[in-house]
Design a binder for this molecule. Sequence first.
Ligand code: PLP
Length: 667
Amino acid sequence: MEIYLDANATTPVLDAARAAALSAMAEDFGNPSSIHSTGLKARALIDRVRSQASRLLGAGNGRLLFLSGATEGIQTAVLSALRALRERRAAGDASAELLLYGATEHKAVPEALKHWNELLGLGLQVEAIPVGRDGRHDLAWLKEHAPRAGLVCTMAANNETGVISDLDGIEAALAGSTCFWLVDGVQALGKLPLRLAERRIDYAPFSGHKLYAPKGIGLLYVREGAPFTPLMAGGGQEGALRSGTENMSGIAALGAVLEALEDGKSFRDHATLATFRNRLAAALQQAFPGLVFNAPLEQTLPTTLNFSVPGLASRLLLDLFDAAELRVSGGSACSAAKAQPSYVLQAMGLPESQTASAVRLSFGPAAEEAFINEACERIRVCGDTLRENCLAPSGNQALIGDGITRFLMDGECCWLVADAGSRRCVVIDPQPALADRLAQQLRCQGYPLVAVLQTGSQDEGAQALRAAIPELLAEEGGDAWALGQQTLRRLALGDGRSVFLLDQRVAFIGRASPAELGTAVLPATLLAPACDPDNRVASTPTAALAGAAGPAPSLGPDALHALLREHPDALVIDVREPFEQRLGQAPALDPAVAIEAMPISRLLNALPAWLAMPAERPIVFFCRSGNRSQIAAQLLVRLGHERAYSLAGGLALWPQREAAADPALYV
Ligand code: PLP
C-alpha cells in the first residue's frame, strides 16, 4: 500500500468531494447561466459554495471568484494591481518603484510579477524580500522598502518548509504604504485561520487540489474596493470578472471539502496534526541519526516536515522512500544528472549540506492515526535498510562485497574492485565529492585498500579518500595487484595517464579512447570509462567500432507475459539497487520465472555470462521507472546481445503489484 506523504504538492480527492463532483456531472449538470430550472440549480450550488468559502476565509464584503487555481489567481491579482499602478502613475503618482515578493515565494509569484511588469510596460524593479534563518520575512527590511513599493507579495505558509508567515508583522511593516498586498493562501487553506477581511490583504489566491478537491478549481479573494482587471473576457460569468463557463464539478467538489471543514468531522484539529507531525519527526530522527530539520517546527504548518541528513544525498533518500512506497518529495529540484539546491533553503541561508539534500514530507489534515503509524514503521525500515546496505552516514552493518562496483556522480565514474576470498580491494578514479560515500562503503566492507589508482593526473579524489580512511590503507607499490585469482595491472599510456587491466577481462580506461589500447585488450574486453555523461556503463573494442545503437525495445505487461510464455528460459533482471530490492516490490510474474538481482552499479560482473548466452535467449531488465532498465538493455544490445528488453515505465506502471518483495523471488 502506498503511503502518500506529498500533500503539499497535491492531495487525493475526498470521497464526499468525488461524490459531489460526479453528481454535478451526471445529475445537476446545468449551466449556471441558463435560466431554466436545471440552470437555476447550478446557480444555487455556486452561490452556496461561495458563501461557505466566504465564511471559512473570513472574506467579509470581499469578493471570491472561482477560477482554475492559484496560478491563475496570482496572474489575475498581479495584473489587477499593476494596471492600477499604471493608472496611478498616469495620474501623476510615481511613488511606486518596487514590486516586492518574499524570497521563498512559489515561483508563480515572481514569474507573474516579471511577466506583467514587462507586458504592461511598467519597468518597475522586482525585488525579493529577504528571509531569516527561520524562513520568516525580514520585517525591518520590508518596513524600510514598503514606502516605495507598489505591490507586496507574501505567502501565508511556505510549500517547501511549511514556515508560517507573520502576517500581522507584515501588515504592521506595510503601515503607511499605499502598496497593494497579495497573500498566497494556497498552503494555509484548511490549516490556518486567515481572517482575510480583518487584514488589509487585497488579493489571496487558493488552489482546491491542495485540500482534497480536484485539480482545476481555485479561488481568488479580492478585498472590497481593491482594483480589478479581468484576465479572461468573454461571456460575463462570475460577474464579468472571470469569463468562461464555470467548472461546476470542481466547484461542487470544493463545496464538499469546505463543508467537511465546517462540520469538523473529516479533518483533524491543529493539536492532533501537531502530534502526528511530532511522531513522524521522532521516527525520522531515530531512523536517520544526525538528521536536521530545515525549519523550526514550532513555526511551521503541523503537516509539513523538511529535513536533511548530512552526508546523504536527497536523491538516495527519495529512491529509498519511493522503494518503501513512501511518496515524499525532494526539497530541491532533481534533474536526472544533478540535484539542484532548493532556492527556498538557500534564501534562508542554510549550508549546502542542507540545501542540496532536503526532503519534504507533508500530509493532509484528513490524515488518520493508522496512516501515521504505518508511515513511522516504514521510515524505521528505511533507516535499517540504509545501514544494512552501508549507505547510512553511521552505524552501518558489515557488508560482504565482491566484484566490481561503479559509483557514478555527475557523469564521472569511480570503480571499486573487491575480492571477498582474499579480502582485498582497489579503488580506481575516486572523485573528491565521492570520498565520504566511498569511505563509508569501504569501512563497512572492512577490506584493506591495497591501491588507490588514477587513470589521469588529478589526485585530489585519491588524497581525500586516503585521508578519510587511514585505518584501511594498506597500499602496495608497483604496477600489479593481486585480487584473489585475478590480477589488476597498470598499462602506462604516456602523459601521466594509465589504464588498468583486470586479466584482459575488464579494462578501466579512464578517458583513453579504445584505439589507444592497441593489442593490450581483446575485442571482447569490457572497457570501463572514467567519464560517462550518457550513462553507457561500458563498451568493448568491437562495440566501439560498431558505433551507436538505437534504444532497446521496451515491453509492456502483455508483451512481457507473451515473451515469457514463448521463452520460459528468459532471464528477468532487477537492476535496482539492493536497498530498493529489499524494500520494494517485484513484478507479479509466473512463479516459474526466476528473477535475478543485478543492480546497475554492479552490471559489469554479470556481463560476461550474459554475453556468452545463446543470442536467442531473451533478457528482460526492470527497475522502478524504466530508465535504468533501458540503460542496461541498451548496453546489452550495443555489446551484441540483441534480444535485450526493458520493462516499459518500470514497476511504477506495473499493473499487478505484490504487497512486498519476496526474497525467495530472487536467485
Ligand atoms: N503557491 C503555492 C504556495 C503553492 O504551493 C502552489 C502549488 O504548488 C502554487 C502557488 C501554485 O498552485 P497551482 O499550481 O495549483 O496553480
